[in-house]
Design a protein around this ligand. Structure first.
Ligand code: TRP
Length: 332
């Protein structure tokens, strides 16, 4: 079975865009791949963050992933900081990636440009991400379009390392879903749904109760016309509602449009579809959240499995790069 690895930042509240664009694919992938999923808490430290919330968010992100259907019996779920091989390999890869390569990363330019001061780690962030991937010899890395450039960097770094020090890493391949739903913000339907955009009303959270989903969909921005058509350019709000309905029910947004003669009906059906889609996750989350011991044991087992895979890769890379091995090797 091909090895798959992906990671998510511990932002706490996962939203519908995360679920429809990524996690539902992870849930599907776990059954026919050797799949590892990582809550990348070290990556969350590259921007200003609240240390009082990081641990809770990390735990809740893991709970949400289990709630949407990751099954620890068939995949490996772990927290990045629990596996010390990640920062250790990062150093070797920082000695492999170049300043020029990192400077070209568009996400660094976007995120860094908004900050008054930029943490050095925001600049080297893609190298830590490369370490996440290369440690596990992952062949496929399911990511969104926005991560494609980081994946290219991971490939380039792996190829260069192998060339310089001998065959060490598997060169990974990005797996960007072809038909990922375009989930836009409900208040600003020309922008991707994201926690950082506009008002909280624009983002449906995976854990939103039915009343919240209803309120957000009801207030979703449409337009001053009355007819329901699928046309993302001229009718972004209505098209986004159709897109959501299609993603939740498995239908085609343009065809679904024909069923509706007004926006109210469409909104009512979107509310119902999203409520049903998310209900099992919300219920499962409540159970998991009440059983911290269980979630911690899942993460402990996940970290142990991850270390068993990462250790030998780190050891090979350290020796390959010419470092003097301590007795018992680098991963003891
Ligand atoms: N950078 C990714 C994001 O922001 C998260 C991530 C970190 C990741 N490490 C990874 C994704 C390894 C895939 C593989 O979405």
């Amino acid at each position: 079975m091909a090895r798959v690895l992906s990671g998510v930042q511990p932002s706490g509240d996962l939203h519908l865009g995360n679920y429809l664009g990524a996690f539902r694919y992870w849930v599907a992938d776990q059954h026919d791949h050797d799949a590892l999923f990582c809550v990348v808490d070290l990556h969350a430290m590259t921007l200003d963050y609240d240390p009082a919330l990081l641990a809770t968010r990390t735990l809740e992100t893991a709970e949400s992933l289990l709630a949407v259907g990751l099954d620890p019996e068939v995949c490996t779920l772990f927290v990045q900081s629990h596996v010390p091989e990640h920062p250790r390999l990062t150093w070797l890869l920082e000695c492999t990636a170049t300043f020029g390569e990192l400077r070209r990363m568009t996400q660094f330019k976007d995120k860094g440009g908004e900050q008054e001061t930029v943490r050095a780690a925001l600049f080297t962030y893609p190298v830590l991400m490369a370490a996440d991937i290369l440690l596990y010899e992952a062949e496929r890395v399911p990511v969104g379009e926005d991560q494609r450039q980081h994946l290219e960097l991971a490939r380039d770094v792996a190829i260069r390392f192998n060339h310089r020090y001998g065959q060490t890493f598997v060169v990974p391949e990005a797996a960007v879903p072809k038909v990922a739903a375009r989930v836009m913000d409900l208040q600003e339907p020309t922008r991707k749904m994201s926690k950082s955009v506009s008002s909280p009303l624009g983002t449906v959270l995976v854990l939103d109760p039915p009343e919240e989903i209803d309120r957000k969909v009801r207030k979703a921005v449409t337009d001053t016309e009355t007819e329901v058509h699928y046309d993302p350019l001229s009718k972004p709000g209505v098209s986004n509602l159709l897109e959501l309905l299609g993603a939740a029910t498995g239908g085609d947004p343009a065809e679904l449009a024909d069923r509706y003669v007004n926006y109210g009906q469409l909104k009512a059906d979107v509310t119902e579809a999203l409520t049903e889609l998310l209900r099992p996750a919300r219920e499962r989350f409540a159970e998991l959240h009440a059983d911290r011991g269980y979630v911690e044991s899942v993460l402990a087992q996940g970290a142990a499995k991850a270390r068993a895979l990462a250790g030998p890769t780190l050891d090979r890379a350290m020796r390959g790069a010419g470092l003097l091995a301590p007795p018992g090797g680098f991963s003891a």
